[in-house]
Design a protein around this ligand. Structure first.
Ligand code: GLA
Length: 379
């Protein structure tokens, strides 16, 4: 179910053209992702500044053609937009929002309160000591008022709190939690709502597909809703692997949050196809690892069998999302092409990964056809 009918895309068909023997002829008419899913949910991509400031024109054209929602990969994170106490850097964020408006997209703000990519000064006084609760609440308030307030009525939804939970479902002892206490989450939502009462507000998290963390997440959202905190949707980041999670876990996770009365979005979808370089499947950004000798097997290209396995897994995943289309409002990929994916450098640096639907040249992969095909056969 789409909630923003006003931004529905017009039908757009891309013609793949070959130029051979002086002839230019349309080879195949290819349905765009956003059109295949227009009756179901938004299809988004995380983009960086090059897409919105004109320097990657080809990439921008691909995003315009295929997606009807955007998320800023980094430009609205605290360290980028508010690097020093008095210093805001709104320029890339302004371009990002303008790009979304120009192309009639559902624009996401990411992210207001997180333990990572937040400057140290936020938590410290001028002697480097942790500030008091009231000081940190004041800084959080002013940051949210400035950032959300600037784009009031223009950014459609905000990831208000990102990654507040540990793998066992307890609250992460982040600086936010240590200094303010457990109510920092409710406060962040309160401030965001005050800054833009019409924006949708989200709680965004990884690995909720695992039962202990999911239980903690359900408990957290239940409590927030009981206090009247306006959580519109839970974001499942969707940093997946070929062997995790099982479809039944995704299915159960969407159902568990829907049962609380919130919507669900898949907010950072990608599929790591490379061998694991550490145990577990966490998207914990602090966990960099060393890649061993066999950890980067596809530098010359993804073999056909793996390409097909990736396509099959994406199709299965989208069938689960489609099954839950009453709950799912948006599926956003974390990046546009394989070339730009963070998974070439995480958890080990310098590998060649293939996690998205478009290859290094921006051409659709078999996984793209599989995702479009899943929509065609939706029951
Ligand atoms: C988390 C964050 C994203 C991004 C990814 C890694 O999932 O929410 O903003 O930093 O890690 O790229």
């Amino acid at each position: 179910m789409r909630r923003h009918a006003g931004i529905m895309s017009h039908q757009s068909i891309i013609f793949t053209t070959i130029i051979a023997a002086g002839l230019s002829m349309p080879l195949q008419a290819q349905t765009a992702l956003k059109d295949a899913y227009k009756d179901y949910f938004h299809i988004g991509a995380a983009i960086n500044a090059a897409y919105s400031n004109g320097s990657n024109a080809e990439g921008a054209a691909l995003v315009k053609a295929q997606f009807d929602s955007i998320t800023p990969e980094n430009d609205l994170k605290w360290e980028r937009i508010h690097p020093t106490p008095q210093g805001f850097n709104f320029e890339p964020a302004d371009r990002y929002v303008e790009f979304g408006e120009r192309n009639h997209m559902f624009i996401v703000g990411h992210c207001l309160v997180w333990h990572s990519q937040t400057p140290r000064w936020v938590f410290e006084d001028d002697k480097g000591q942790p500030v008091a609760r009231e000081v940190l609440l004041g800084r959080m308030h002013d940051h949210i008022a400035a950032v959300v307030g600037r784009y009031r009525g223009r950014v459609n939804g905000w990831d208000v709190v990102n990654e507040a939970l540990n793998e066992d479902g307890t609250l992460r002892k982040s600086q936010w939690q240590r200094i303010i206490g457990d109510d920092y989450i409710a406060k962040a939502f309160e401030y965001a709502h005050e800054a833009d009462p019409k924006a949708e507000l989200y709680y965004n998290e990884y690995s909720l597909e695992n039962e202990p963390k999911r239980k903690g997440g359900v408990e957290l959202i239940r409590k927030l809703l009981a206090q009247g905190v306006p959580v519109a949707a839970v974001g499942l980041q969707g940093h997946y692997h070929m062997d995790w999670p099982e479809m039944a876990q995704v299915d159960a996770t969407i159902a568990a949050f829907q049962a609380l009365g919130v919507k669900v979005s898949i907010t950072e979808l990608d599929m790591d196809v490379l061998p694991a370089v550490r145990s577990g499947h966490s998207a914990d950004v602090s966990a960099q690892a060393e890649g061993g000798a066999n950890s980067n097997p596809y530098t010359a290209g993804l073999p056909a069998a793996q390409q097909q396995a990736l396509a099959d897994r994406y199709a299965a995943l989208f069938r689960v999302f489609l099954k839950h289309r009453d709950a799912v409002t948006r599926v956003t990929f974390w990046g546009v092409t394989d070339r730009g994916s963070w998974l070439n450098n995480f958890p080990a640096r310098g590998r060649t990964n293939y996690p998205l639907l478009f290859d290094r040249e921006g051409k659709p992969k078999p996984a793209f056809d599989a995702v479009v095909g899943a929509a065609r056969t939706a029951q």
